[in-house]
Design a protein around this ligand. Sequence first.
Ligand SMILES: Cc1ncc(COP(=O)(O)O)c(C=O)c1O
Length: 365
Amino acid sequence: MTEVVNVQYPEPRARVQAMMEYHPPLGCRDTLRLDFNENTLACSPRVRDALGRITAGSLTRYPEREPVEAIVAAHLGLAPAQLALTNGVDEAIHVLFESFLDEGDELLLPVPTYTMYEVYASATDARVVSVLADDSLQFPFERLLAAITPRTKIIALANPNSPSGSVATRAQLLELAARAPHAVLLVDEAYFHFHGETVLDLIGKIPNLIVARTFSKAYGLAGLRLGLLAGPIELMRWVKRVLSPYSVNSLALACLPPALEDTAYLDWYVSEVLAARTEFEAALDKSGIRRWPSRANFVLIEIGALHKEFTRLMSAAGVLVRDRSSDPGCDGRVRITIGTREQMRQAAATLSEALSALRIKGGSL
Ligand SMILES: Cc1ncc(COP(=O)(O)O)c(C=O)c1O
């Protein structure tokens, strides 16, 4: 091959060059993965059966999203035109931001929160306005209200929020929507099943409300990449225009109806996680670790200066947890996904050993 000198590559947009990079940590085999808030067990067996029925011939065809959208809409009490299936909520966020955020617009975010809002916003020409929660990590409602300006175009809220597990009330969400009628209020209900409260019933009644849901958490389908956006038809038509017609693949579409039908499996998994959360929180309290109250399938704990060493020790002992120290206001804090009671007993034992090792080494927690 001839050597090429002075190679010049085409430049990407300046926005993209300045964009935040996101590198999800890689999991290892034979570990208990408590670092992504996934379902830690399995999806419904009906999904596995549906996968087994997929034929080689069916894979030759482009996926058809609309018939499955109609099933999901009926399941949620919505009209099909009020709903779009997406390649996970991540694509939903991306497409919503592409559809609505222009130069000079503001994206209003309470922080800390889900990182991808800022990542996707940084690919647009909008400005991110962050409102930092206080040490309680409760929803900073009053300060968010005060941060609304005529330029606010999207207010993005995860409810429950990550990594704190804190929630905004329905009354607070209604007030935010009413005080920013010129902005889209995105309520990301990724962890809805563990919280049990929703504003999905207000779709179409509140003109600027859009709700996101994922099938990656309680349903256990993170590998299939399935999410949705629901909102008034007048907003969803723009989202649907930007959304790729084929981003949800046919395997995911084939699995979604059986996953929705198996409500017994979903209810069982959620109640198992809630029981495990209560037990695990009691174990944390016993060991004197500070924790934040959580309405989701994870809990944020305070480790302090030894957070890196702690996550390393946990990982070496086969339990992956997520150091959230680089999140705003989260230095020294670690997030742990809640799985089944059996898994969380293992996690609690490993955590107790890691803490003892750190204390023995003379570290101050
Ligand atoms: C608040 C929130 N929204 C969305 C997602 C991503 O969902 P999906 O897997 O559907 O892209 C996550 C994942 O951790 C999350 O925490």
